[in-house]
Design a protein around this ligand. Structure first.
Ligand code: FAD
Ligand code: NAP
Length: 336
């Protein structure tokens, strides 16, 4: 719990970008967190999980606090339904593997997402047809000003596509300390996402279980996504835009192959990766950074790039996609 000065954050963000934290510490309980907050009340605060959804464009003149609250506790179990209380500092994928090994269904489609459990509700992490909001019972978070714990029901969290109340209205006001998950011992799994189905078919698995789905997701992800341990990145840099149908029809006239997925009435979801690839950015390299060669949605740092360079590249992509398709891409990554 010692507070350190001028700490390099390079190994604390998966982009591998160099930036200094004026003050840095870790906490592994709510008591340690409140003690740290009381010591540095005047200082700006930055909560860090696994650093897999941030882009650091400058030094962080704040008290950077790494969340290391651990623990997985079975709170209740009734028939097929169970509630687990999980410390926000648990590693997300370790928690998923715990559930898979116990036969608890609900999070297997979210295998191999980097980062911490506590950051999951922040942007309502999602992949392969499932979002964390599907399995969250409630979230406990500490209010930074009052230092009081507050419980948010699933509805209170105002989850939306890669969004929540913590990323919007309450941004910077709360630190998530634990998450309660509602899981099931019923092994009905969700294999509706095309890539999962194809992978399971290729393995000759007709009736998939929780472990099969998790293994399929892990295999697909490992084949498509750059491993941050080898190439710095923060996953999808942009959200998939949800655009008015009329704009979609206009794009389709020029690009009949444009893929789309259903969204709310009058709107269509278009993969941002497809737009970026069509615009010719996929695989483009500028010295030590660029756009990944297999996945145009992922910006990469091959080593030594600055956050400002990655930010400028993302701005060029946003402007180009707007010029070519009339679509305004929104960044998913939290930029500091
Ligand atoms: P950090 O990057 O540490 O923090 C992210 C934001 O949340 C910051 O603003 C931080 O201040 C805040 N924050 C962190 N912890 C807390 C807390 N306890 N309380 C309050 N605020 C907090 N995301 C998906 O949704 N789906 C994917 O499939 C996916 N795949 C990815 C693949 C790769 C290779 C990578 C690198 C990233 C991927 N991501 C994906 C993005 C990222 O993994 C998730 O957003 C993850 O939840 C971030 O967790 P983290 O602990 O690393 O958060
Ligand atoms: P993909 O399977 O190549 O599909 C491209 C995009 O089309 C996806 O982003 C997805 O949107 C959408 N899509 C595909 N099939 C869909 C379906 N049946 N229903 C609704 N939407 C569909 O995508 P990918 O890049 O390999 O990623 C696979 C999954 O992992 C996606 O869910 C993606 O979000 C997730 N992922 C997220 C990150 C991140 O950092 N956020 C990084 C890597 C992967 P959605 O994104 O809305 O699902």
């Amino acid at each position: 719990m010692k507070i350190q000065h001028n700490v390099s954050l390079k190994t604390y963000n998966t982009f591998g970008i160099e930036a200094l934290a004026t003050l840095f510490s870790r906490f592994s309980s709510v008591e340690e967190l409140t003690s740290l907050l009381s010591q540095k009340k005047e200082k700006a605060l930055f909560v860090l999980g696994g650093g897999s959804n941030i882009l650091l464009t400058k030094n962080i003149d704040a008290l950077v606090l790494r969340n290391e609250i651990k623990g997985i506790e079975l709170v209740s179990q009734e028939k097929e339904e169970l509630i687990l209380k999980v410390g926000a500092g648990e590693v997300w994928h370790d928690f998923v593997l715990f559930c898979v090994n116990q036969g608890y269904a609900g999070v297997e489609n979210l295998s191999l997402i980097p980062g911490s459990v506590g950051a999951g509700p922040m942007q309502n992490i999602g992949a392969y047809g499932v979002e964390i909001k599907n399995v969250i019972e409630k979230v406990e978070a500490l209010h930074i000003e009052t230092m009081k714990l507050h419980t948010f029901s699933n509805a209170d969290c105002e989850f939306a596509y890669r969004e929540s109340i913590f990323k919007r209205t309450l941004k910077g006001q709360y630190i998530i300390t634990c998450v309660y998950f509602k899981l099931s011992t019923n092994t009905n799994v969700n294999t509706s996402y095309g890539a999962i189905e194809s992978e399971l078919n290729a393995w000759g698995i007709a009736k998939a279980g929780i472990k099969d789905v998790s293994n399929a997701v892990i295999a697909i992800r490992q084949s498509k996504l750059p491993d941050p341990k080898q190439i710095g990145n923060a996953g999808s840099f942009f959200k998939n835009p949800v655009i008015p149908k009329i704009l979609f029809e206009h794009i389709k006239e020029q690009h009949p192959a444009v893929p789309s997925f259903p969204a709310e009435e009058g709107f269509v979801k278009v993969p941002a990766g497809w737009l970026i690839e069509q615009a010719g950015w996929k695989g483009k390299t500028f010295g030590n950074y660029g756009v990944h060669k297999n996945q145009a949605l992922v910006l990469v740092n091959y080593g030594g790039a600055s956050g400002k360079e990655i930010w400028d590249l993302s701005s060029q992509i946003v402007a180009d996609i707007y010029r070519k398709f009339g679509v305004e891409l929104e960044r998913e990554v939290n930029v500091y």
